[in-house]
Design a protein around this ligand. Structure first.
Ligand SMILES: Cc1cc2nc3c(=O)[nH]c(=O)nc-3n(C[C@H](O)[C@H](O)[C@H](O)COP(=O)(O)OP(=O)(O)OC[C@H]3O[C@@H](n4cnc5c(N)ncnc54)[C@H](O)[C@@H]3O)c2cc1C
Length: 421
């Protein structure tokens, strides 16, 4: 069949979906491209929602992946505010919208992303309990933080992951009182392990954030629909006017699961299982972005990467694979974060238990350093904090799998590139 007679459907209008649509056109696909998303906003990028946009430093218009007119100009049929609720793999159709419109696909991309996990405790239905995933959430939270700052109010954040910490930083900049409650012993534990979390704990403490580690929220106490306090499992009560649940995100797999597509097991982060071409267990259906779990040859493991760069690159990779191009999706996972005056980038994958030492190059106390997670002399991951333009050599070191001299790795006078074989 020629391109022009084909229909490619993309479910999910986040960064992965929007970038896939763009790539189909830049690669010369002339058939129908249908992009369906349950959000009413045009596809946008989420990182500013907990940083510049939340702080009022970036305009609303700056978060969109493309300007609205781009879709019509590129002949992308955009269905916003419509949910895809079924895939019929035999008829090769998806059903969407309130009237149950069915559209036939030749190739289908699932870029359904992830959704915030909920706190399963009493009080979560109170008006002052928030999540942060969508533009509308960020708009609301912005108003909440400004009001808390004005009135000396208290925000309790459940979770000391990236979003919890970034919102803590934003809330302090607005002048709100902030307490972060986390079951781990240090922030960002599942990514950084015990060694580096304290760099972030200290940073936040210096800015007036209180931490309550090793505890879980058990109840949000309210009166007349308003939040009054948050209680933890050790019996403590933290004053709160608002609570942010930042306890991670779950991949949106319901559609894929109902269609009988293979899912990755939960121990590997769940998600839709795809191969190195981002193809699911159905050869005409692909998945990319937060929802996809792919086998990474470098780490010998299935990974589901919930980060911007994976959506930015995974969407286009899936689009090329849908067009029959040769694709091997094996990028080194990468993400970034900004909190107060600390900027960082992290490349690789080294959860606690996977490495045997952490090598520091630079001054962790001054928060200007690179940390390397190393196993048997091989670099699994690297994080540069307030040090820039080093992502390439860090990723080259990881990719090489070579044994490095850890003394040289720790020595800022030895150029990183000289360690890459
Ligand atoms: C507040 C915040 C800050 C972040 N900051 C950073 C950062 O600093 N650095 C970083 O690397 N990463 C960051 N991330 C992560 C990054 O934004 C995500 O990895 C990225 O958004 C994933 O893109 P995606 O397209 O895969 O999924 P999503 O952005 O989740 O998009 C999926 C879309 O599909 C829609 N959808 C789902 N199911 C259906 C359906 N059945 N029918 C129709 N539509 C559907 C969803 O509503 C959504 O609009 C942040 C995320 C958040 C929430």
């Amino acid at each position: 069949m020629v391109d022009a007679d084909q229909t490619f459907v993309i479910v999910g209008g986040g960064l992965a979906g929007a970038k896939a649509a763009e790539t189909l056109r830049t690669e010369g696909f002339t058939g129908r491209v249908i992009l369906i998303c349950d959000e009413r906003d045009h596809p946008y990028e989420r990182p500013p929602l907990s940083k510049g946009y939340l702080l009022g430093k970036e305009e609303r218009d700056s978060v969109f992946v493309h300007e609205p007119a781009w879709y019509a100009r590129n002949d992308i049929e955009l269905h916003l505010g419509e949910t895809v609720d079924a895939i019929d793999r035999t008829a090769k159709t998806v059903r969407f919208g309130e009237d149950g419109t069915a559209v036939r696909y030749d190739k289908l991309l699932l870029a359904t992303g992830a959704e915030p996990r909920r706190l399963d405790i009493p009080g979560t239905d109170l008006a002052g309990v928030h999540h942060l995933r969508r533009l509308a959430h960020a708009e609301r939270l912005k108003g909440v933080l400004a009001a808390l700052g004005r009135d000396n109010g208290h925000l309790v954040i459940a979770g000391a992951g990236w979003i919890g910490l970034e919102v803590a930083a934003a809330a302090r900049e607005y002048g709100a009182e902030v307490t972060v409650v986390a079951s781990s012993s240090t922030p960002l534990y599942s990514v950084l392990g015990p060694e580096l979390g304290n760099v972030f704990a200290e940073l936040h403490r210096e800015h007036g954030v209180r931490f309550h580690f090793g505890a879980r929220l058990t109840e949000i106490i309210g009166q007349d629909g308003m939040v009054l306090a948050a209680r933890t499992d050790d019996g403590e009560e933290h004053p709160a006017h608002d609570v942010l649940a930042a306890v991670g995100a779950a991949p949106r797999v319901a559609l894929a699961e109902a269609a009988g597509l293979e899912l990755a097991d939960r121990a590997h982060g769940g998600g839709i299982a795809v191969d190195g071409q981002l193809r699911t267990s159905d050869p005409d259906i692909y998945a990319a972005g937060d929802v996809a779990s792919f086998h990474h040859a470098l780490f010998g493991n299935r990974l589901r990467v919930e980060h911007w760069a994976n959506a930015l690159n995974g969407g286009p990779a899936a689009a090329r694979a849908m067009l029959g191009r040769e694709v091997t999706y094996d990028r080194v996972p990468y993400f970034f974060s900004d909190q107060y005056d600390l900027g960082m980038e992290y490349s690789g994958w080294a959860p606690p238990g996977s490495y045997d030492e952490v090598v520091i190059r630079g001054d962790a106390g001054k928060r200007e350093f690179i940390a390397f997670w190393v196993k048997q002399g091989r670099v699994l991951a690297g994080m540069n904090v307030n040090v820039w333009d080093v992502t390439e050599p860090i990723q080259a070191l990881i990719r090489s799998g070579a044994q490095v001299d850890t003394e040289a790795l720790a020595d800022p006078h030895v150029p990183l590139v000289s360690l890459v074989p």
